[in-house]
Design a protein around this ligand. Sequence first.
Ligand code: ATP
Ligand code: MG
Length: 423
Amino acid sequence: MSIQRPKGTQDIIPGTIEKWQFLEEQIRKICSEYGYKEIRTPVFEATELFQRGVGETTDIVNKEMYTFMDKGQRSITLRPEGTASVCRAYTENKLYALQQPVKMYYLGPMFRYEKSQAGRFRQFHQFGAEVLGGEDPLVDAEIICLIWDFFGRIGLKGLVVEINSVGCPTCRAEHRIRLQEFLQECKDDLCPDCQNRFTKNPMRILDCKNSSCQKLTENAPTTLDTLCVDCAEHFAKTQEYLKIAGIAYRINPRMVRGLDYYQKTAFEVTAEGIGAQNAICGGGRYDGLVQEIGGPATPGIGFAMGLERILSVMEKQSVEMLPEVEAPVVIAALGEAARQEGFRLLGDLRQAGLPAVMDLLGKGLKGQLKYADREQARYVLILGDDELSRKMVIVRDMRLGEQQEIPLDQIKAFLLNHTKCEM
Ligand code: ATP
Ligand code: MG
């Protein structure tokens, strides 16, 4: 039996990878324009980092982590998200000593043991960004701006930005009391997950996907009802800045997001037409997190977006995303001497920055021309014993169907001239 890839994973093969590369290019471009620097952290971390940094009451930590003991009996987890790692790296590398805030982005695979279905994978990819060391609402607005600008640039339509404020530990305590009071009566009718949340993290009940829980909590007090003066002001300012940036947001008082450490601003971007898994980006402020994992008290905010879901929206909306691929030059050599000369020429062309390939299987002329066709070559250089003895090469223009002979020592200049002005 042949071996297949594990459930919930994907091979990204030529033909599809170009879309990924396009997206990755756009990500790097916008991040550099907004002043975010890339950070790369390990794909695995100590399990405790996520237990503390994502939170014991989250689905991620409770159900979805790929955790194993390594040969040294350490509990290791494949990273399910990026924020905890970035906060750890901020502390471990003393980035708090740099000019604040520190603005960073990451791009890479995440791992969650989820039921695999449309839009839900076990290895998926996120682009995320974090701003550490800034609590001003302008930071919140700027990061939402980046997201909005990014989706606009890649041509996504029909997106909804929802924001909320989940308050701080002070006003959340008040909300918790009021919410538990409200839920006291219907507590036993909630789903098992929510019954569990009732004592551990009642706020998350507001975000339950179960429709009967949603109905029961329809009139439940939200965090917006109990915001303290500081949080209310922060939320108002954030909105003021979002308006200046021209971002059409919606306030959703029930959107509390999955992670335990969110404070104040929480936000989510959803897309139409990709089914139930319609969240393409989520994020929020997490002022207590760096300290929670052993660093200095540092405010922070960040987001993560799922690249598979973005690509699926792009496909649904038929967004044009294939970058112009530079057509390669194909060298078709006949006979061993010509092959050697062709191989030398191949190196020359590549050194000059021209994408160039040659047949590696010893095909005849017909086969090599077919190969050139498949590679969508614009020019084929045909080199046989006869041409070689005259130090010439036949240049065949595949688009025009014409050919001419050119001295071997002028071929590089010829191609540089022709390809540069035509592409
Ligand atoms: P969901 O509600 O869909 O489970 P989440 O709250 O678990 O999302 P986050 O932890 O906020 O998601 O991750 C940010 C983004 O990463 C999501 O908005 C989504 O686009 C993407 N994402 C999360 N889990 C998966 C997955 N298993 N497969 C593909 N993409 C995912
Ligand atoms: Mg999830």
